[in-house]
Ligand binder design. Structure first.
Ligand code: HEM
Length: 500
């Protein structure tokens, strides 16, 4: 056959093939129509837990948005969450790499932001067995000591309004700072909290280059200078701590999280795509710094916001407050402090904790990414699609929960009520599957000890005749969803034993 006839025939076959596969391709999930090039970028301010919940009422449990060049889906029903977190967990366990995250985590050499793979599995194993394990008694004792210190401080100010929000955010910073670095230097903590706050702002800042890469020169938030400044501040701070730790050998019982990681320290740069799962774990300075930031992000705002929400919901619902405080009197009495061993004997208190995590999941939207193209139901999900799992919307799904927006701890008294350990997809405060929270035990312990002691040691009143219905119950959306305004209340001691 001559070239002049061969070429058009081949071209016809190729074009027909692509046209037919395009026709056969399944549709993307439903969602609002976007504009050419920018897609749905103008809806950016609606992509909060509440905004996405509203969109899902209109379009269903899975919706598609095109953010610039990026396919994005939002999952807001238990059935769709099960698809992503269990049935196709192997495909949906990557994390979306934004420019800020990649830079601030030294190219994602940590656990929380790294993609699923052999390196991530090694980091996860190290975290679960060495850092967050119940066997690391030091972390658990730092929780008890710091909760006691907070209660003592509040007792000294009894009768006057206390900014409970500020107290509990300070508490979780102290706990994690001490568990990570072994000390509680006030000056060091202040510098570190400053770095942490800037990291939080940078992680959640909108950067148009994440969606349309050639628009990177538009930088209204000044990210191009703020990112290097934030990372250098962290380098200066943690390098000094690592050097100090390397100089001092510590006994097993005195080891903090940095000591635990330094046991795997290597000066040589390692490949984070290494397939060598059998070989020993080796950590560079950058790994250690990035993992410390995971622990700080994972363990501070999440727990603090849950403690503040529990207290706010109880003050907003006086019958629930009365019932939980009566249970503490009946089970523990008023002549000693509530201890860890009492917690299992406090069924209503446990329900208060669950109901708080249902209404106010500390991470309202979990972010994942697909590693290859797949199908969910009849919908096509392209490779590299960003997935927003709307835990907030799932925990308030009308089909599962009666009066979903009402704070009613007794709904969890029923034997068959869902549990939060990851196998009930209608209640997911800690996520589920491979990327679920590795710090759940430590987080729950802190949350329960702090709330139990605040409720047992004091009665709480609102300041200056304020009514429960006047408490501001709105939240702000970021990596977590804390109360928009701090909870202020007046404590009166109620135990007969000395408080400080
Ligand atoms: C009430 C307390 C807490 C809640 C509700 C919570 C919730 C969550 C959720 C929803 C995720 C994401 C799951 C997903 O992407 O599917 C997560 C991940 C994570 N959490 Fe927690 N968390 C809490 C406390 C903690 C604590 C105390 C730590 C550490 C000290 C921690 C460390 C982490 C880390 C490192 C990840 C990332 C895991 C990975 O990507 O593999 N969390 N947490």
């Amino acid at each position: 056959m001559q070239f002049t006839t061969l070429f058009p025939t081949a071209l016809f076959i190729v074009v027909t093939f692509f046209f037919l596969s395009w026709l056969r391709r399944k549709p993307l999930p439903p969602g609002p129509r976007g504009w050419p090039v920018i897609g749905n970028l103008l809806m950016m301010d609606q992509l909060t837990h509440r905004g996405l919940a509203r969109l899902s009422e209109k379009y269903g449990g899975i919706i598609h948005l095109k953010m610039g060049f990026r396919h994005t889906i939002a999952v807001s029903s238990p059935e769709m969450a099960k698809q992503v977190l269990q049935i196709q967990d192997n495909i949906f366990s990557d994390r979306p790499p934004t420019i800020a995250i990649t830079y601030l985590t030294y190219d994602r050499v940590d656990m929380a932001f790294g993609d699923y793979g052999p390196f991530w599995r090694q980091m996860r194993k190290l975290s679960v067995t060495k850092l967050f394990s119940r066997n690391r008694a030091e972390s658990w004792s730092s929780v008890r000591d710091e909760v006691d210190a907070m209660v003592n401080l509040i007792a000294m100010n009894s009768g006057s309004p206390v900014d409970l929000g500020e107290q509990v955010f300070g508490l979780t910073h102290d706990i994690i700072y001490r568990a990570a670095f072994g000390s509680i230097s006030a000056e060091g903590k202040q510098v570190f909290v400053g770095i942490l706050q800037e990291y939080t702002k940078l992680f959640s800042a909108f950067n148009v280059a994440d969606f349309i890469p050639w628009l990177g020169f538009i930088d209204p938030a000044g990210l191009n200078t703020r990112l290097p400044a934030a990372r250098s501040a962290l380098d200066r701070f943690i390098d000094k701590i690592i050097d100090e730790h390397l100089e001092k050998e510590k006994k097993i019982g005195d080891r903090d999280m940095v000591d635990e990681m330094l046991a795997f320290y290597s000066d040589h740069e390692i490949q984070n795509d290494s397939n060598d799962l059998q070989g020993p774990v080796r950590l560079t300075r950058n790994n250690i710094k990035a993992i410390i930031m995971d622990i700080m992000f994972g363990g501070t705002e999440t727990v603090a916001s849950a403690i503040e929400w529990a207290m706010a919901e109880l003050m907003h619902t006086p019958e629930a407050m009365k019932r939980v405080q009566q249970e503490l009197v009946d089970v523990v009495g008023l002549d000693r402090r509530v201890e860890e061993s009492d917690l299992e004997k406090l069924p209503y208190f446990k329900c208060v904790i669950k109901e708080t995590l249902r209404l106010h999941p500390p991470i309202p939207v979990a972010l994942h990414q697909s590693s290859k193209a797949t199908m969910i139901g009849d919908y096509h999900i392209p490779k590299g699609t960003r997935v927003m799992i709307n835990i907030y919307a799932i925990n308030r799904d009308k089909r599962t929960w009666q009066d979903p927006d009402v704070f009613d701890p007794s709904r969890f008294l029923h034997e068959k009520s869902p549990d939060f350990r990851g196998s009930n997809y209608e209640f997911l405060p800690f996520g589920s599957g491979r990327r679920s929270c590795p710090g759940m035990q430590l987080g729950l312990y802190t949350l329960e000890m702090a709330v139990a002691r605040l409720l047992h040691c004091f009665t709480w009143q609102l300041p200056a005749g304020m009514k429960p219905s006047e408490i501001d119950m709105s939240d702000v959306f970021g990596l977590t969803a804390p109360k928009a305004s701090r909870l202020v209340a007046v404590p009166t001691p109620r135990l007969s034993c000395p408080m400080y």
